[in-house]
Structures are given as structure tokens and as C-alpha cells.
Design a protein. Sequence first.
Lengths: 248, 989
Amino acid sequence: MSRYEILSPEGLRTDGRRWNEMRRFSPKMATTTAADGSSYIEHGNTKVICSVNGPIEPRASSARNSERATITVDVCFAAFSGTDRKKRGKGDKRVLEMQSALSRTFASTLLTILHPRSEVHISLHILSQDGSILATCVNAATLALVDAGVPMTDYVTACTVASYTNPDESDEPLLDMNSAEEMDLPGITLATVGRNDKISLLQLETKVRLERLEGMMAVGIDGCAKIRQLLDRAVRDHGNEMARMGAL
Amino acid sequence: MASFKRSLTDSRESSELSSKVFLRSSKGKCTKIVRELYLRRDIPCSSKLCTRCLADIKGDSYGRTKPFVLSSNPPVNDTIKAPHYIVPDTNIFLHCMDVLEHAAITDVIVLQTVLDEVRARSLPLYNRLRGLVASGDKRFYVFHNEFRSETYVRREPEETINDRNDRAVRRGVQWYHEHLKEVTRGSGVSIAVVMVSNDRGNLEKGKREGVVCCSIKDYASGMKNSAELLDMISAALEDENAKVAKGDLLYPEYYSMSKMMTGVKAGTLHQGKFNISPYNFLEGSIHVPSFDRPLLILGRENINRSVHGDQVVVRILSKDQWKRPSSKIIEEEAMTKNDNPDVEQFEAIETEQERKALIDEAKVSQSAIGEGNPQPTARVVGIIKRNWRYYVGHLDPSSASSVGGRSQRNVFLIPMDKKVPKIRLRTRQASELLGKRIVVSIDAWDRTSRYPTGHFVRSLGEVESKEAETEALLLEWDVQYRPFPKAVLDCLPKEGHEWRVPQDPEDPRLHQRADYRGLLVCSIDPPGCQDIDDALHASCMPNGNYEVGVHIADVTHFVKPNTAMDDEASVRGTTVYLVDKRIDMLPMLLGTDLCSLKPYVERFAFSVIWEITENGDVVSTKFSKSIIKSREAFSYEQAQLRIDDGSQNDELTQGMRTLLMLSKKLRQKRMDAGALNLASPEVKIESESETSDPIDVKTKKMLETNSLVEEFMLLANISVAGKIYEAFPQTAMLRRHGAPPASNFEELQNQLKVTRGLTLRTDSSKALADSLDQCVVPSNPFFNTLVRILATRCMISAEYFCSGTQGYPEFRHYGLASEIYTHFTSPIRRYADVVAHRQLAAAIGYESLHPTLHSKAKLEGVCGNINNRHRNAQMAGRASVEYYVGQALRGKVIEEEGYLMRIFSNGFVVFVPRFGVEGLIRVRDLAAVEPKSEFDADNYTLKVEASTGSWSVGLFDQVAVKVMDDVEERTGKRKIKMTLVSVKGRKLE
């Protein structure tokens, strides 16, 4: 038995949230001028910086495709981001997997066909980890891509959902896992495109009973819609600010 | 570019968010963990008076919400005269859970701060508390004060965590007070919120801050039944000052946990379960992995406050202190009769008498060391885990005799379990409790106290009244005997007794169910059996072989996994049979009607059908769910009569004869493979039909039909075990019986060799079975049974296990000489069978296996529980027989034959087969003045020089004894008492 209750019978999680509540989500756009587009997202204690360059000429010839733009992703975990100080190399399996998941997700949403023989490079730095890392990376990349002005069909937003098993074996989906919940519960990472609930990423790394998946996905889609609103507001606020400053 | 760096103060002042930072160190490394805390304003107060919080009720993902629990009309008492809710602090839950569980205490607010502390300190107490909250009618409510922004308390610099938590509790109480005042303004109702604590500092601070508070004692004394409640307050909470004043430390101090752990790891200390000898309360033993024989622990100082069943750590004593196990009977009653529960400071750890008994002992063993082999002795140096539970017993009349008023006094409780020492408790109701069976719980055992201290829990009723005794023994063996809760009864089929097998062949319940209604099935059970688990049939096949079917009640059709009924059954684990009562595992409706394979009606069954050759070889096996219609329910005698009656030649009788013929062949095969035929003394109580008062005791008779049923049940179990293991190699529910270690038999082997010149070979079960058959003494026909009884006691008990936890060779069932075994044939009364049914149903593709049965960890939990329940049920059954034997013999004096089972230097144990009981005869009881006696430990003989002439008696000798009843002072049980009449035909007078 773990040292604390993941979900108390009164319906509160370890950090005081209910099952359908997300952690504090604060997106910031255009945080650096060094890249074409950039963003910084704090989702609870998970903090990610993203910068986007592109479309640019491919840096490697392998990234050259005569029909569409290639999307390359670099994910870098800061050594101080976790509880233990640990350096993750470039070849880390987990990092590679995240990179390929991210590049495939965005390849389906960006209008890559408009920029053949070019590359869009997304670079993500994780400054602090507290669960839902892949989801936060998706959200940060979306915001940075919007900032960079890379043409895309709609926002790609992501969140995570855990499945908690009550003592009576019934299940309870929990929106937005923090690291303690990620450690103890099976959960999915889910990304949707736009308003029409189109799922572009669904990742499950643990075992979960099949009949629970549907409920988890429904909760996840609602969560993604909420994040879309928040990102949209951040983009509009940024736009208004730019207009006020006379940049447009 | 705007900087997005936030200042530190910014986040700290946000009222909605706080972060918890703590350091964790593991393996010398320090890690900093930051957790967020979202403070909110929508946690309801849950008082029925409050309308404001109604808006804050939030449902779970199914939209289920919890109603408010705290009453709008809470209780008042003499201490707190206004209607009030109470808020206990952590110590109250840790030490006075019994009080809070009392029905008089309602409307309690449990703060999250307190709940978390309870959880960190004791998980069992936490679970009890959670149970109270869930029960509803006690009106306990958990208020998450740490998540509500108004009640969240930030730890001040330099403040200890305990002070911070106390402050959080006071803040919570204050908030409740203000909140309730606000919402009830104008309504004329006012409700107080009372903090109950036992910490003087906390109470003082509370008073200063204007919090209504009182100590648990003050609170309880204001209640109506204050005496009862006050007694329940744990002795651990009694004045600390008093404890300090008593300077004498009687027992050595325990080692620290880390010292014990390093010692155990290094092999200098040993850990194991502490057991007390049933004959000598000053002799304990402990089995540790590094010694093949148990270590002895002699005397109070070495036993060092451990109680039977505790996990302890011991240190081996030096070799010159090694001893032989005691050959003397020492009873606590006789030794400590005069102890005064009040006088503490003058007592030494061992009384003069006890010391004398031990010295006598030592002399014997010193002289014996030359030829005998002394056993290693040890001393307890620490306790890993206490095994304290509730103990049932009665007050020592001598300690409570001085009749006083209602003032508090110290008295002794004498537990029913002889292996538990007297328990000292403080009570105000000593005169009322005298002569009652009462339940107490041990709180502590200090170094300054010779006896453990405990507190009163509840009273069961008069000693020797049937209800109190039955309840006592159920409690003592931890049997769940309360009526089934409503949630369980709701799981029963709606039709009740009107439930019928569906006749429409399209009915989904008949899907994949074989129709065996045409088979001539009958059941054979003990007379008066209502829960009929099994039925049989046999018929000839055209090819000369036989078709034999065993049909088992299809319990799992009614008991679906993960329902309240299934949970209850898995907790109960087994049906407990007492002499006059049966405590069912499943509700009556299922056990005795819908599942029971009653005659003349159609029932659902789970069938195993074999094709068996004339020689008893199984050709093929088939499993299926089925519908059967039993033609007749026989008792063993009726079935035997029908088989023996040559004039009956109908098909049913023919079938039974076939079964009998095949069962004999199967039995022979099993015996050839080395199955053991063991014996245990079993008796039956005959009772008057009207009053159900016991009148006589009979030994059980074994008929051929008994073994007929047994053989086929064994065959079914073995077949099913193979099938489910094949389907689920990791998670099959099986039963194993390990081979007993050779050292278990050493003493019996030696005894047989010395006294009768017989050898017992124990290298395999076959060898044991054969040599047991040769243990015959022509002059003594009972001798063989006696040896079998003793051999049974050397065995280790069989256990349920989950197949993934053992290697295949470990699956063996030693007693039955079978490679694999499970329990399948009694699902009405055993939970293991229910699991086996579900697994078999999944193995034959009838239904899919429920996820809980896929999990090895869950199954191991189930196995652990049912093993324990099974053992307890057997013990409870035996205790019940013992009680009734005592009642049946009440006021009678009967002369009976008996045999010596054990022999000591100052007495011996006589076994009387007619009543299946053992009794102790002490040398000092033989005559008014204790006769001189000489004990020859090597030849197991005791020579007594009585005034009328000397005689001697040896182990296994036949004696005649007078059996009468007697109330044993120590346990308050009516037990039989024996006096010696003659030895080897020679009258003693």
C-alpha cells in the first residue's frame, strides 16, 4: 500500500484536485527572439521551453523530401529537472521515442506540402518534470509553431488521463496526472486536433483494462478541448499585445 | 522581450496554490521533492443544517454524490451541554478507537490532518477508522482541512511538525465553529464543535484561542454509560506520571529495531514466531530457519514480555545454559494465584514459587545433560510485530473480590486461551463484570509491569451460558458471525425460494449447459445435512467401461465475482460448524436451497464425468456446467442399507453398487501409492431434540459409503487441479501438503522404540503408511489408532496456494500421495472451491475469467486468508465439541478406559477415546499428600510411591480413569476432569 491515497473516498487527490480538474496551466508565447517561434509552458510543476526554426533548408540531406517539409524534433531533459540529478544522453530510448511520437503527430497536422525540400525544427527543453511531460511538449510545440507562423490546420492539444481503481474495483478516470499518479496508475497521453475531437496521438505505456479505455478517452478529449481554449486565449492575447505595440 | 521570471513572494501569496517541499533521504542520498497543493473553497462541511455547502457537492465520474452525514440534531451530554459535533485529535484515534467505535459516539468530524497521521502511524487503525466513516450510521465525516484554503495552515519557521498539526486541528475546529454559527444565524439552533484531545498543551492552547475542548476522559464521563466507556479508554493514555514514579524495571530493555535487523542479517540474532507450550506457561519455543529444532525460551525474564504469536527476535544463550524441554507441568493459575493487581512496586519478576519450579527443572536437566541432548535456549531481545488481538476471558475472582463502589480498581483478566498471560485492567465496574465473559484488548506491556495492561472492550454475558460461550469461542477464533449485511442479501436472486431452473431451452442461462436431468443421480451425506454440495451417478457403458459422474453445486452461477456477496464469502472463507450451530459462508437461501443439490428438484451443477475401466483406471475426463435432478438424498447409513439389501435391484441401487466397487479399487490404488490413513479423535454429541441440551457423546462411525463419497471427491479434485493448472499455470488455486521434516517425528520414533520396540520409518509417505500399519500391539487394539493420532500431530498442515508461487515438485499432497490437488467439491462451504469453479469454468471456455483471478498478488491474499480461516474454523469446531462434552457430562461420573499420551515428571496426559478428550492427571492429585515420584525420562516411565504401595506407569499404557466434569478455574470453562482408578488392571485405592 502506498504511503498516501491517490484518490480519497471523498474524491480528492493528493494535491487537492478532483477527478476532472487540471493543474494550473500557464502558457507563454514568443519568449525568445533567437528562434522563429518560441513558447514556455508551466503545467503544474512541469515546465517546458520550446523553440521552432523553420521552414529552413534541411541541415542534413536525409531530411530532404522533394514533396513535403520534414519535421525534426529534439527533446532535451535538463539534468536538474527530476528528483535525482540525472543526465539523459541523446541516444536515450525514451527520448528517441518521444521525438518520433512528436514528429509524427505534427507531420499530420502541419501543412508540410506547402514547403517541399525544407525542414521544420522543433527543439524542446524540459526544465522540471512532474508528470504529463509528452502532453506538455505537444502543447508547447503547438504554441511555438503558431508563433513561428508555420501553416497548420488547427491547434494540436494534449493531456493525460489515469485510470484509478476504487476499492470496489470500479474505475475512476483522473484527468492530468502528476508524477506521483504516473508512478502508481496506468494512464494514457492523448492529443486532439482542433474542435472536432480528431485524435492525433494516443499513447499507453502500461496495462489497462480495455473497457476502461473509452471512458478515459472521453475525459481526455474534454481536457484537450479545455487546453485548446487556454492556448487560443494565449495566442489572442499575444496578438492583441503585438497590435497594441504596433508591430502589426 | 518581457521577462517571465516570477518573484518568489508572488507564488507564496497566491491563496489557491501552495507547494509542499520535503526532503527525502534514501541510501544516504538526499532528494528534494516539491509537491503542489491546490487549496479550494468547495469542500463541504457536511452538516445537515448547512444550506450553503449544498452548492459544493461534486460528483465522481459516474455523477454519484455523497449525502451530508452530520446530524442536524447531534447528541448532548453532561460535559458539553449544547448539541455538538466532536473533533478528536490523532492520539484519540490511536489509543481510544474502541471508545469511538461504541454506538454512543456519533457525529464525529475526522480532520484530514488527523487521518493522515493515523495512516502514517498504524494502517490497521486507519482501516478501522475508514470503516467507521463508511458505515454511515455512526455519522463520521472526513473533512479535508488541508485542501480548504481557510483551514490550511502553513508551517512556521522553527515550528515542529506536531505543533503545526495541532494548530491545523485547532484551526479546523475554529473554522467549523464560525461556519456553523454563520449558517445557523437566525434559525435559533446553535451547534458547538468540540475538540477532544488528551494532550494537555494542546488543550491549553485551544482554551486560549477560544476553542471548545475537553479531554476524552471528561467527555466520556459525561455520557450516560460512562463506566463502560471509561473502561475502554486505553491504559496507554493513563497518567504518564504514575508510570515514571515506579522505578523498578522488571524486564530487560528491547534492542532498537536497527540493532535487531543488523543482528538478524549477520546471523547473531534470530527471528521467528513465539509459541508458548500448552503445558508450561514459563516455557516458550521459537522456530528459526537456522536451527532445525525449535529454540527453547525459559522463564519470564527470557520470555521478556512476548505473547504467544508475536514475531520476536532472540539471542541464543551460551551452551552451558542449554536445557532439555520441560518434563513438568507448570500452570500459571497455580503459581500466581496470590498476585495482587494493585501492588506493583514490591514484586520481583519471578515469584519465589516460580523460581523454585524452575530450579527443580534445572536440576533435572543438569543431571540429564550427560546422556540426553540439551536443546539450545534463547532470550527474547526485541519484538518485531505484536500479534495482539482481542482476548476473551473472565475476571479473576480473587483479584476483584473486595467489593467496592464504582471507584476504579485494578483487576486481572484470565484469558480463555491458556497461552496468554493474565491481563491487568483498570475498571470501574468490577463487581458487575465478575462472572461474565468479557472481551479485552492489550494496550501495552511495560518494563515495570509483570503483566500486560489492557482495557475493557465489551461484555458477552454470563460465564457458561450457551450464548456467551459460543460467542466467546467465535471471537477467540476470529470467526465472522454477524448476520449478512443488506448489501450481501441484495445480491441474491429476486425470486427467492421460488427460483427455478429455466424451462425455456433458449434461455441464456442454459447456454453451454449440458442436460443431465436424465441421469440417475443421488447424494450421500451425513444425516440431517442441508447444504448438499455433491451428488454422484454411475452407469455401464456399451464398451464395458463405466461412466461415473460427480456433480457439484453450481455456486458461481449465483455468486458473481466482485459483488458484495463474493467479498463477504472471501472474507469468511469457510462455513464454520459448531455442535449446535453453523456459521454460513453464503446466505441460507443459496446454501440450503438454491445451490444445494436437493432431491426431486432440478438444480444447476458443475459436473465432472469420467470413463473408468473396471480396474479403476480413468480413460477420459469431461467437465461441463449442467442441469441435474437428484433422485434421492441418502444419509451414509441409508445408502449402506440400500446397497446391502439384496432385494433392491433398481437402477439407482445398481449404480451405487458400481460406485462402491470402483471406490474400493480407487482407494486401493491410492494406498499403494503411499496415501496415509491418519486418525483424529472425532466424537459426535447427541442432544435432546427439544432443548438441544447435550445428553451423550458418541464416537463417529465410519461406513463403506463414507469412503465411497470421499474417493470420488478426491478423484474430482485431482482431475480439476490438473485442468486448471494446465489452463492457468501461474494463477491456479491449488492445495498442497508438504512432507513433514524428519525431526518432527524424532520424539515419537524414540518413544515407540523405547516402550514397544517398534520402528517408524518416515523417509516417504509410503514408508510411513506401511510402518504405521505395523504398529500393532496385540494386547491393545486401540494402540494403532493412538499412534496414528500422535503421528497426525507431527504433520504440518495442508495449505492453499497459488500455482505461480511454488515449483511443480512442491505441489505434492503428502497425505493423499497425489502430485497435484485442489478443492473443488464443496463450494457452498469453502471459498477455495468457488475460486476453483471460476477457474475451471474459464478453462473450459464457459466464461471469461474475472481480472481479480488473473492477479497472482490478489490470489495470494485470498489464499492467505482462507488458510487462516480454515485453521480457525477447525479450532472453533474443536473448542465447541470440548464445551459440549463438558456439558454432556455435567453431574455424571463415569469410569472409562484411557491411554497415556504424554508423560511428565509430575503428571501425565490421559486420552479417553470414548469422549475424544485428553485430561491431565497430576501426581499431587493422586493423594492428599503429594506422593513421592520418580521419573525416568529415558524410558518414559513414572514410578509413584503411594502410601498404599508403589506402582509405575509408562507411555502408551492403558489405565482406567474416572471422568467427571469440573469448572476449570483458570479459563472458566467446564471441562472434564479425570482421576486415576487403576493402572494395568491394578486398582489404586
